[in-house]
Write a protein that binds this ligand. Structure first.
Ligand SMILES: N[C@@H](CCC(=O)N[C@@H](CS)C(=O)NCC(=O)O)C(=O)O
Length: 222
């Protein structure tokens, strides 16, 4: 089973974000999956610095991107969208039941076990680096993050991808490691190599360019 242009896919994305978010917005994961299978998609562009239309909440209830639409219906949550795409294309999610079970576990693991321990360590200094409490708070979170990354590295072992063949699990894990792994993964050479292997895929490069190319909007008025 393979996805095709006839699915008529639209995703929401931003036409403007603050500089720190350029190339980091989560529609990147959906664009990446679609680039892997070379399925074209439309974009519905919104402004990250201005109120979105009230009607957008019926598509994405948290007023975030990405939201997704195809001939069958509408979705939100990047992880759910990736699984939906994967279920329609073996190039994104293995058909073999045991491998598929692993891939689905790793995709959810990326967003619910890895991201939550890395995210505050990366974002807290960005938004609260001038506060006295920031450095001690970050230091207190380091041991659990380091342990989680060691566990991830141990599970990956010397495999190329998390579930045999490349899959949406690797898209989500590489996105999380790229956005929130920062210096933390320097202590794990196999994870550094894994992240590099994923991000050097031509489909990722095309997805990144597509997101950046869509960011043509003006900053919000002061
Ligand atoms: N859990 C959601 C998170 C989506 C999300 O955080 N989107 C951010 C951009 S990366 C957003 O739209 N932020 C704007 C806002 O929250 O107002 C997903 O994975 O789709």
């Amino acid at each position: 089973m393979t996805l095709s242009a006839s699915a008529n896919i639209t995703i929401s994305a931003f036409e403007w974000v603050p500089d720190f978010a350029r190339g980091q917005v989560r529609d990147l994961t959906v664009r990446w999956a679609l680039e892997e299978v070379q399925v074209p998609y439309h974009t519905h562009l919104l402004h990250a610095g201005s109120a979105r239309p009230e009607s957008y909440l019926s598509w994405q209830p948290f007023d975030q991107v990405p939201a997704y639409r195809d001939n069958d219906g509408e979705m939100f949550e990047s992880g759910a969208i990736l699984l939906h795409l994967g279920r329609q294309d073996e190039r994104l999610l293995p058909a073999d039941p045991a491998a598929r079970m692993q891939a689905e576990s790793w995709l959810i693991g990326a967003i619910s076990s890895i991201e939550p321990v890395l995210r505050p360590i990366t974002l807290m200094p960005l938004f609260n680096g001038d506060k006295d409490w920031c450095a001690p708070a970050v230091a207190s979170m380091m041991p659990i993050a380091e342990r989680r990354l060691e566990q991830l590295a141990r599970s990956l072992g010397d495999r190329e991808w998390l579930a045999g063949e490349f899959s949406v699990a690797d898209i989500m894990m590489a996105f999380v490691l790229r956005s929130f792994g920062g210096q933390l993964i320097n202590d794990q050479p196999s994870l550094l190599a894994y992240r590099e292997r994923a991000l050097s895929r031509p489909a990722f490069q095309r997805a990144l360019k597509a997101q950046l190319d869509d960011l043509t909007g003006e900053p919000p008025h002061a």
